[in-house]
Write a protein of this length. Structure first.
Length: 331
């Protein structure tokens, strides 16, 4: 009886198998590692969550990692690096966007197209502008009209809109005749264009402006929260920023104020905390509206993967959720 491996052969393969397992584990560890872009002496690199430099600053610019790759700039050309700092796609483009659904939007010779993670064109540069892929489709501009392509580069919704956004939760906001509405993936309007201002769908609702006030509709166009606010943003972590008069607070999904308007500016929750401004300084609040990290920063970004970028004394730093500097102004 023939067998693929006998015991003797299998024993001889054990060191090879162990090595393969270690390599796989190492690759997995590198892939899962969270890295954060930093600027030191006018060059960009990356740190880990402890503040340790993992990729030595050497780029003219570097952005966050998306799908394992980060866009970088060298001598006015753009490419991508992996989490070891290896340039995997040479800087040869006039501009690039972050990878999404395996595709990276790149610009060359005044046209936009898409590459895969090896740097090969999967959709040749041919569009005047292009957005990231989202839910299988990408919004592109050609001859001053926006439409949507699939991952083969074929138009599934012909260019016809004055403005357009990514698909989110099955719908995309588009403008026609200077009014915004929402289409599905067949290009059919499910919510007719009638809004002067609106935002994408998030957590089943979208902010719209109607009758000089802001409210929220569901995916059928029905108002779930009547227009009654002077300003509003999208729902995130079950809360949405709203403005009442000149102050900002937060509502829940029923439209009830759960954090009273008291901030001079505020943005949606991320990683359990939200950015809020008092006077000319920014801090972070929890979902009770209490400042967890007091207002002290000149500029601020939302928390992601446990860290947040903040600007103090004209320098960008990183803090953790206790307010401790992970990458401080002296670095």
């Amino acid at each position: 009886m023939n067998v693929l491996f006998n015991t003797r052969n299998l024993t001889s393969l054990i060191p090879f198998i162990v090595l393969m397992m270690l390599n796989c584990q190492q690759n997995k560890t590198v892939e899962e590692k969270k890295l954060f872009p930093i600027c030191q002496n006018n060059h960009w690199g990356f740190i880990d969550e402890t503040g340790k430099i993992v990729i030595v600053p050497k780029f003219n610019f570097a952005d966050d990692f998306f799908e394992g790759l980060a866009r970088i700039e060298i001598d006015h050309k753009w490419g991508y690096v992996d989490k070891t700092g290896r340039i995997v796609i040479e800087p040869e483009f006039n501009g690039v966007d972050n990878f999404s659904e395996g595709f990276g939007e790149v610009r060359k010779d005044f046209k936009s197209g898409y590459i895969n993670k090896t740097g090969e064109y999967v959709i040749n540069p041919q569009f005047d502008q292009a957005g990231r892929f989202s839910e299988g489709l990408a919004v592109v501009l050609i001859s001053q009209k926006w439409g949507y392509i699939d991952k083969s580069g074929k138009f599934v919704i012909e260019p016809q809109f004055e403005r357009a956004d990514l698909f989110k939760e099955g719908l995309a906001m588009v403008m026609i005749h200077n009014k915004w509405g929402y289409i599905n993936k067949s290009g059919k309007f499910v919510i007719k264009p009638k809004f002067k201002h609106c935002l994408f769908f998030s957590e089943g609702m979208a902010m719209v402006w109607s009758g000089h006030k802001f409210g929220f509709i569901d995916t059928t166009g029905k108002f779930i929260i009547k227009p009654k606010f002077d300003g509003a943003l999208y729902f995130s972590e079950s809360l949405a920023v709203v403005r009442v008069g000149d102050k900002y607070g937060y509502i829940d999904r029923s439209g009830e104020l759960v954090i009273k308007p008291q901030f001079d500016l505020a943005f949606p929750f991320s990683d359990g905390l939200a950015t809020a401004k008092i006077g000319d300084k920014w801090g972070y609040i929890d979902k009770t509206g209490e400042f967890i990290i007091n207002p002290q920063f000149d500029e601020i970004r939302s928390f992601s993967d446990g860290l947040a970028r903040v600007k103090i004394d004209n320098k960008w730093c990183y803090i953790d959720k206790t307010g401790k500097f992970i990458w401080n102004p002296t670095n």
